[in-house]
Design a binder for this molecule. Structure first.
Ligand code: DP6
Length: 340
């Protein structure tokens, strides 16, 4: 019997991935850039055991059974790692041994935050450890086939997912841009907005976007390539003003595309919009961009802020969104935040 346990953190996109050119291989229509969060804060944890005596592959997610063999994405990840293991030849046991996989998220599912990215990254990385494979570009192409954004969670710090151009997806890879230590005072706050409504998932939302939005191709061809370059330069020079402006515009463009989709995908709610207004007002009051928001396919806000500005921003957030108000932010998680 052989076993491996790993954790993989959540990542949050700065330049957003939205739209596929190949649904099966999960090939995006544009590059994306993200920041991976601290592994201890919000992550998936997976244990995989391989045994000659197991009769079938089995999987549990947060203690619930997952129908493994019927899940095409899971199967594709397993097949992808096993293909690499076969080529590498270093594994200590037969690839025919069945697996038992147990995975947990340590963040509240209500947060709806990139759980598939951390989950698939963790699955693929743990499989790689089990079969004694290195973390490299090829492994990111496997994680990408679980969930596109998962390929970015294999690395810490700032990560670039290149869309690639080959039909087989071999050059659609994630590459690390800079470790977290490059910008150590970069912090993120997550404002979890209380919202029970069911939304169109990312996969469906981007499918609809590609087939109905007349803005999405302009974004992919004209806007994103320029923004990726500008954001990479901002990260390299630790220029928070440029970083904040690109991040905010990216979030707004993603949601503009979602509204341009037919029927429209509405992910942000009134509280999300109140947070947007709050951040713009706050930046105007302090006289520079000290906070930047980004929203994925949901109402929750991620706010980027430098460590030295966290206490003032948090105090302003608590004043603007008191817990008992109608427009409340359910709770706040800092990554990492000093106590106030
Ligand atoms: C808005 O990676 O969840 O978070 O590839 O279909 O699994 P699939 O989609 P997914 O989409 C993430 C979309 C996003 C933006 C981003 O993370 O870049």
């Amino acid at each position: 019997m052989f076993s491996a346990t790993c954790v993989a953190p959540v990542n949050m996109a700065l330049v957003k991935y939205w739209g596929k050119r190949n649904e099966e291989l999960i090939l995006p229509i544009n590059d994306s850039v993200s920041m991976t969060l601290d592994a201890n804060e919000m992550c998936a944890k997976t244990t995989i055991t391989a045994s000659e005596s197991f009769k079938q592959n089995r999987m549990w997610l947060n203690g619930e059974v997952v129908t493994f063999e019927e899940n095409a994405r899971l199967m594709r990840c397993l097949a992808g790692v096993q293909r690499l293991a076969l080529a590498n030849g270093a594994h200590k046991f037969s690839l025919s041994w069945k697996l038992h996989i147990a995975s947990y998220n340590n963040f509240p599912t209500a947060a709806g935050l990139a759980s598939s990215a951390a989950g698939y990254a963790c699955l693929v990385y743990t499989l790689a450890r089990l079969y004694e494979l290195p973390l490299n570009e090829e492994l990111t192409t496997v994680a990408r086939q679980g969930s596109g954004s998962a390929c970015r969670s294999l690395y810490g710090g700032f990560v670039h997912w290149r869309r690639g151009s080959s039909a087989d997806g071999s050059d659609s890879i994630a590459v690390p841009l800079a470790p977290a230590s490059h910008w150590p005072n970069m912090h993120m706050l997550i404002l979890v907005v209380n919202d029970a409504r069911k939304k169109t998932g990312s996969t469906r939302g981007m499918q609809l976007g590609v087939s109905t939005s007349s803005l999405i191709q302009h974004r992919a061809k004209e806007v994103v390539p320029r923004r990726v370059k500008e954001l990479m330069a901002a990260i390299e020079s630790r220029d928070f003003q440029a970083f904040a402006e690109i991040t905010i515009k990216e979030s707004n463009q993603l949601h503009a595309i979602c509204l341009d989709t037919y029927p429209p995908c509405v992910y942000m709610n009134d509280v999300s919009h109140a947070i947007v207004n709050f951040v713009h007002d706050y930046n105007e009051t302090v006289g520079s961009l000290q906070a930047a928001y980004t929203f994925d396919a949901g109402p929750n806000a991620c706010i980027y802020v430098l460590a030295e500005n966290v206490p003032r921003l948090l105090a302003a957030i608590q004043l603007a969104f008191p817990n008992d108000a109608q427009q409340s932010v359910e709770y706040l998680m800092g990554i990492p935040v000093p106590p106030v």
